[in-house]
Design a protein around this ligand. Structure first.
Ligand code: AKG
Length: 313
């Protein structure tokens, strides 16, 4: 008699084509209707949630910011939105945290990284990112970011109230040439899970093309690329699946949004509407980043030392 586990395996195997078909149909609908590759359920939920939260909202918004974000799904505020003195203190605190081994989590120097990317076993380990592990304690200055001007910008983008879900802070390094060209967040991607959120990125390094300034396509160009067949690829997928589309549309395209500028030049964007990535870094270059994950909410919930943020990724 066939063992139970064998039977389960056979049934699962027989159903796999069905679930692949469902997945393909789901993605095709999201591509057509929403111009992204998230699950259809996530898109529909996000759409409903946006309506629901906006309904309860009336505030003095900046109409230009609202209109820009509604069209493009990103917004680059003027650099002085964050006071230069605050940015300097954030930079100093971040560097101090990275010097303290007890506050640092290093990613991808381990075997897991090499296995995920199907890289040949090597005795050499290359550092790709270093994360500050307990960000709300290591960078308490982060709570000063939420000035009335910043709150108004976020509300204007969302046309709703918001809460801040989590934050992360990391330094990214350049991998040696030839190892791989598109590791993790260097790959063009959407952030999945919810469409009612925003990434608020605050670079703590002057950002240039050479050190990998964040790059993205705005909402409508992303929709165009996705409908042309661009497919974000994840960990372990071979590189280069989109090379034909990249060759055709990415090179020297003035629609590319690259967040170059001094430290503190923030960018806010919807990571499930704008294809984005950390730009490729020239050898020897590093860059530091704070990332806040902001969500739609009916009540304004500004984080503070008394209401600390969770640590994201
Ligand atoms: O670090 C960056 O420039 C991009 C971050 C990113 O890819 C993300 O927020 O998902």
């Amino acid at each position: 008699m066939m063992a139970r586990s064998n039977l389960v395996g056979v049934v699962k195997g027989a159903l796999r084509p069905l679930s692949q078909l469902r997945w393909a149909a789901d993605t095709a609908l999201s591509r057509r209707l929403f111009g992204n590759t998230l699950k259809l359920r996530v898109n529909v939920e996000g759409f409903g949630r946006a309506l629901w939260t906006r309904q309860a909202f009336a505030a003095d918004l900046d109409p230009e910011v609202s209109a820009f974000y509604a069209e493009h799904a990103y917004y680059r505020p003027p650099v002085d939105l964050l006071p230069a003195t605050l940015v300097t203190r954030l930079c100093e605190r971040f560097s101090a945290a990275l010097r303290d081994a007890s506050q640092v989590r290093s990613a991808y120097t381990d075997d897991e990284f090499y296995r995920q990317y199907k890289l040949p076993p090597s005795t050499e380990r290359h550092l790709l990112t270093q994360h500050v592990s307990d960000v709300h304690r290591s960078l308490p200055e982060i709570y000063e970011v939420f000035s009335p001007a910043v709150v108004r910008v976020i509300q204007s983008c969302f046309r709703s109230n918001f809460r801040v879900q989590s934050m992360a802070a990391w330094r990214m390094f350049a991998l040696p040439p030839g190892l791989m060209t598109e590791p993790i967040i260097d790959r063009w991607h959407f952030d999945t899970g919810s469409t009612t959120r925003m990434r608020f990125l605050i670079p703590l390094t002057p950002m240039t093309r050479a050190n990998g300034a964040t790059e993205m396509w705005d909402r409508s160009y992303t929709q165009f690329l996705i409908r042309e067949g661009f497919t974000p690829i994840s960990w372990g997928d071979p590189e280069g699946q989109n090379h034909a589309i990249e060759e055709r549309y990415f090179k020297d395209n003035p629609r590319l949004v690259r967040n170059e500028g001094p430290a503190g030049q923030a960018i806010l964007f919807n990571p499930s509407a704008c294809l984005h990535h950390a730009g490729p870094r020239d050898p020897g270059q590093t860059r530091d980043m704070i990332q806040l994950d902001i969500r739609f909410a009916r009540q304004l919930q500004i984080p503070s030392l008394d209401r600390p943020l969770a640590t994201g990724y």
